[in-house]
Design a protein around this ligand. Structure first.
Ligand SMILES: [Zn+2]
Ligand SMILES: [Zn+2]
Length: 335
């Protein structure tokens, strides 16, 4: 099989011919149909992700494909089914987080395309328990971005407890952001989208944002405060100023959801949190159940995924486009 392999930090990924892996006990072998490219994939390849993996490593944690073989202990009924291979690929199954459905907080977790080879290859093996069924009617190229970007945006909206008539400010209209806008609207919120790219702001409008703000030309916090402030602000970009603007855009008692670590220092948020009664929430991807819900919403026609297919041999160009913020749509390798 062909695979895109990270061999050294900041080096281009190497396209290698490798043997198709064998599924072990409780594993499935998946023939990839599509695998999205998440910003975290690029950060891992560049050596910028805080927990550096052992190399060489096949990247990709938005893989979607068909189960072609099952290992010992896996029901044969899973053969031929389409599954998604998300960021979380192994957890202890015994800690309080795992037992309450919060495996993404398990301290013993392993992640796809980080500790375990991912979906930027024609085949991958995965723990059958964490291979999430993709419903009929969700094409693989659309399921792939939902597997990380979608569930991250969904969980952020849930973490912000967005409800009817809430004023929601979404900072960063990227992969997770363009979907968070739709989930927030679906929950009944009025959405303001903030970005620095005209194309992304146009996309936000097309997806139903009531208001868009170009942070290059206007102070988004000042604009939103002049309208009474946001009930919920969701930061989905690593740009530190976006986190700062998100906090400042909130009304008293508002809720700040940080779903992406800022890539630099931000002014101490604790003073504002205390004096203005702000709730700050960290949100990391989403649970397996969240992903099931994300797929169900998409299958029912409630979301639109903007995705641009690339070939496996174009993966380095795709990574470069993401680094340069030159991609309007979420990029995904199509096999
Ligand atoms: Zn991701
Ligand atoms: Zn656990």
């Amino acid at each position: 099989m062909r695979a895109a392999v990270i061999t050294a930090s900041s080096a281009p990924l190497e396209l290698r011919e490798m043997p198709i892996p064998e599924p072990g006990a409780h594993q499935v072998l998946v023939r990839m149909e599509a695998c999205g490219i998440c910003h975290v994939d690029v950060e891992i390849a560049c050596g910028d992700w805080p927990a550096q993996p052992a190399l060489p490593l096949i990247s990709g944690h938005e893989g979607v494909g068909i189960v072609e073989q099952v290992g010992e202990g896996v029901a044969a009924s899973r053969l031929g089914r389409r599954v998604a291979l998300p960021w979380l690929c192994r957890a202890c199954g015994e800690c309080g987080f795992c037992l309450s459905g919060w495996m993404v907080l398990c301290e013993s977790q392993r992640n796809t395309g980080h500790r375990i080879g991912g979906g930027h290859a024609e085949y991958a093996v995965a723990d059958a328990r964490h291979a999430v069924p993709v419903p009929d009617g969700v094409p693989p190229l659309e399921a792939a971005p939902l597997t990380c970007a979608g569930v991250t945006g969904y969980k952020a909206v849930r973490a912000g407890r967005v409800g009817p008539a809430d004023r929601v400010a979404v900072f960063g209209v990227g992969g997770p952001g363009h979907l968070a806008i739709q989930y927030a609207r679906h929950a009944g919120g009025f959405v303001t989208a903030v970005d620095v790219e005209a194309g992304m702001l146009d996309l936000a409008r097309e997806l139903g944002a009531e208001q868009v703000i170009d942070a290059r030309t206007r102070d988004p916090a000042a604009v939103i405060q002049a309208q009474g402030g946001a009930d919920v602000a969701i930061a989905l970009t690593a740009v530190p100023s976006a986190h700062e603007h998100a906090l400042r855009s909130l009304r008293h008692g508002g809720r700040l959801v940080c779903a992406r670590p800022p890539g630099g220092a931000i002014p101490d948020p604790v003073f504002e949190a205390v004096t203005r009664g702000i709730t700050m929430v960290g949100s990391v991807v989403g649970t397996r159940e969240d992903l099931v819900e994300v797929f169900a919403l998409h299958a029912a026609g409630h979301t639109v995924v903007t995705v641009e297919p690339r070939k496996l041999e174009e993966i380095n160009e795709a990574f470069a486009d993401i680094l340069a913020d030159g991609a309007r749509a979420h990029l995904a390798i199509e096999y």
